[in-house]
Design a protein around this ligand. Structure first.
Ligand code: PMP
Length: 375
């Protein structure tokens, strides 16, 4: 059978996402007994015990389909963010919501605006739908919001901002975001098809604590109806394996996304776990203070080694290992049982991205890195 004409042209040329290597696969491949994973910006302290208990309870009801619209979790998110439930959508990770934005709004001939080192899933959402990707170079290692605003064309529908960005960890403060939103609002008044500005706040809990000038996009939505906020339970909530994220936006945008959303996209266990995790605020505080403490220690050591890093308000750091190739350092670390991320697909061939792990893991990582970088 010749499938070449069967497959959509957009899918034929589609490059799948390369996730961080899993502990199990590296264990098998390298025949190592102990692996440290600092590759996917997970929170190593693990999920809230309250979430684990809620999930065990929900497990007993797994013969039933989940509540399709995740009503209880939506209500809890609405209370937490002080919005009405019709402004909330729940996804199987924020990743599903990024893809839903593409499926709902993009046709071939439309375009999105992203920066050149932005989280790659925005570009992929556009590629999948056959939409054009307008790429804007970063300025001072972060999104150049002025240039991104200017890059909007007549066919542009979505503008994506990861704040902070993965993999750079850098962010745009309230003043810059508000300026862009004003610029787009003025442009939208003259356009037939408005532009949505999507701010991906996957690292929200860390960012809010680490940066005094971090934007409050939920408040900004009152003034800017075209603003969409995305967040996740995968990072500070330590529930990456559960796959829950949420979006907050104008009810008309949410209603459109909801029509495309698969009917049972979030499992009953996931809904219960996320709802319980949201109540456990002390657990989030712990996650944030752990990352704050470890980042200080790791960053000071990196500086002593003379390695350049970018200022990150997430639970990870991008490290410049030049003149070495990031891929080589990644390989050498992996042979010592430490998984980090090389950054070729993000246009950083001489950098690695490392998540702050447990104290002992970070110490082991630093020891291994010193060994590898020894002249
Ligand atoms: N956005 C950003 C900026 C991310 O770093 C990630 C995870 N790597 C995601 C979205 C997707 O996270 P999830 O689907 O687990 O919510």
């Amino acid at each position: 059978m010749d499938t070449s004409n069967l497959i959509r042209p957009q899918v034929r040329g589609f490059e799948p996402y390369l996730p961080g290597r899993s502990i199990a696969s590296v264990k098998r491949e390298r025949n190592l007994s102990k692996i440290i994973k600092l590759a996917s910006n997970e929170n190593p302290l693990g999920p809230s015990p309250r979430a684990l208990a809620a999930m065990a309870r929900a497990g007993k009801k797994l013969f039933l389909y989940p509540d399709g619209p995740s009503t209880a979790l939506r209500g809890a998110i609405a209370r937490y963010t002080k919005v009405t439930p019709e402004r909330v959508i729940i996804g199987a990770g924020s990743d599903e919501l990024i893809e839903l934005l593409g499926k709902t709004f993009l046709n071939p001939g439309d375009s999105i605006v992203v920066s050149n080192h932005a989280f790659i899933r925005y570009r992929m959402a556009a590629d999948l739908m056959g939409a054009e990707v307008i790429t804007v170079p970063m300025r001072c290692d972060t999104h150049d919001l002025t240039a991104m605003g200017k890059a909007i064309r007549d066919n542009t529908k979505l503008l994506f901002i990861a704040n902070p960005n993965n993999p750079t960890g850098t962010h745009n403060p309230t003043s810059e975001l508000a300026e862009l939103l004003k610029q787009v609002k003025t442009a939208n008044e003259r356009r037939i098809i408005p532009v949505l500005v999507i701010v991906d706040e996957a690292y929200y809990e860390y960012a809010k604590a680490f940066s005094p000038d971090y934007p409050d996009t939920i408040v900004l939505q009152k003034e800017f109806v075209n603003l969409v906020t995305l967040r996740t339970f995968s990072k500070a909530h330590a529930l990456a394996g559960l796959r829950v994220g949420y979006g907050i936006a104008d009810p008309a945008v949410i209603a459109a996304l909801d029509r495309v959303r698969p009917p049972f996209n979030v499992s009953a266990v996931a809904q219960a776990g996320a709802e319980a995790s949201l109540q456990d605020t002390s657990r989030i505080k712990k996650a944030v203070s752990h990352a704050a403490k470890e980042s200080k220690i790791v960053n000071a050591e990196l500086e002593r080694l003379g390695l350049k890093t970018l200022p990150s308000i997430g639970n990870f750091v991008l490290i410049d290992v030049s003149p070495r190739k990031g891929k080589d350092v990644f390989e050498s670390l992996m042979s010592r049982g430490i998984i980090v991320r090389s950054m070729d697909e993000y246009g950083f061939p001489e950098r690695i991205r490392v998540t702050y792990g447990l104290s002992a893991e970070n110490r082991q990582f630093m020891r291994a890195l010193k060994e590898i970088l020894k002249p």
